[in-house]
Ligand binder design. Structure first.
Ligand code: ADP
Ligand code: MG
Length: 250
């Protein structure tokens, strides 16, 4: 499933946050997106995932144009995003946070509740099993029953990734998965992303921690002031004088 982002423009009031962004990635790619604060990276994720409608431009995932689809409709096509500030339900346990992220089920409607109780119970068991498999994969076993609000910053980032995994993702947009995370847990998250990518899940990763990102991705895009400034091999891109000026001087 190719993700094709074409000529996206978004203005907030008179401020041009995205000024014609074009970027595409093939199914299963592992791609980085960096840029100074305010470059428009998170806004781009919001457009791609359906939280913000662009003023112009289009997003396609596979053969389908996504324009007009809600975030949950996009998620059902396999396109998921995480948030820069994790959005866990702080009073729910880690396991219940994962269960709550499962896509719509038959048991949610009254009809399902009254006429298909066996099916409802079966689906609930399947959702719990999936949540537990993800807990084991992310090594969150010890905090599975802990309210998510009590997790460390890094554990919350893992839970964000876990919530995306509940939805059978094909491509995950990760917004600063390493920000505020200790180095040991960063290495852990990098490893999990690698494993998931080896299983065919594509990633577009926004990051500020250039070290972690350049170790992870073979292709890097640099954004500045609502535009893509440079794209390609991380070492070459970071050597680009325009990128140095924007990113380091920014
Ligand atoms: P980045 O993620 O690259 O740091 P953002 O996409 O969060 O940048 O923001 C890009 C610019 O758009 C910033 O100047 C930010 O203040 C502005 N911005 C983002 N969201 C909104 C919004 N909802 N309303 C007004 N301005 C916004
Ligand atoms: Mg951001």
């Amino acid at each position: 499933m190719t993700l094709a982002i074409r000529n996206i423009r978004v203005a907030f009031g008179g401020f041009q946050a995205l000024d014609g962004v074009t970027l595409s990635m093939a199914a299963g790619d592992l791609v980085g997106l960096i840029g100074p604060n305010g470059a428009g990276k998170s806004t781009l994720f919001s457009v791609v995932s359906g939280f913000i409608a662009p003023d112009s431009g289009e997003v396609r995932f596979g053969d389908a144009p996504l324009d007009g689809l809600s975030p949950s409709a996009r998620a059902r096509t396999g396109l998921l995003r995480t948030f820069q500030v994790p959005r866990e339900f702080s009073h729910l346990s880690v396991r219940d946070n994962l269960r709550a992220a499962a896509p719509g089920q038959v048991g949610e409607g009254l009809v399902g509740l009254f006429f298909r109780p066996g099916e409802v119970a079966r689906q609930e068991r399947a959702v719990t099993e999936k949540a537990d498999a993800i807990i084991a994969f992310l090594k969150l076993d010890r905090v599975a029953d802990v309210p998510a609000g009590r997790l460390s910053g890094g554990q919350k980032k893992l839970l964000e990734l876990g919530r995306a995994l509940m939805v059978e993702p094909r491509t995950i947009l990760l917004d600063e998965p390493f920000a505020g995370v200790n180095p040991v847990l960063i290495a852990e998250i990098v490893e999990r992303i690698r494993e998931l990518n080896a299983r065919g899940i594509g990633f577009l990763v926004i990051e500020h921690d250039l070290q972690a990102l350049t170790r992870l991705v073979p292709v890097l895009h640099v954004m500045d002031r609502g535009r893509i400034l440079a794209s390609g091999d991380p070492a070459a891109v970071l050597d680009d004088p325009g990128v140095r000026a924007a990113y380091l001087g920014g």
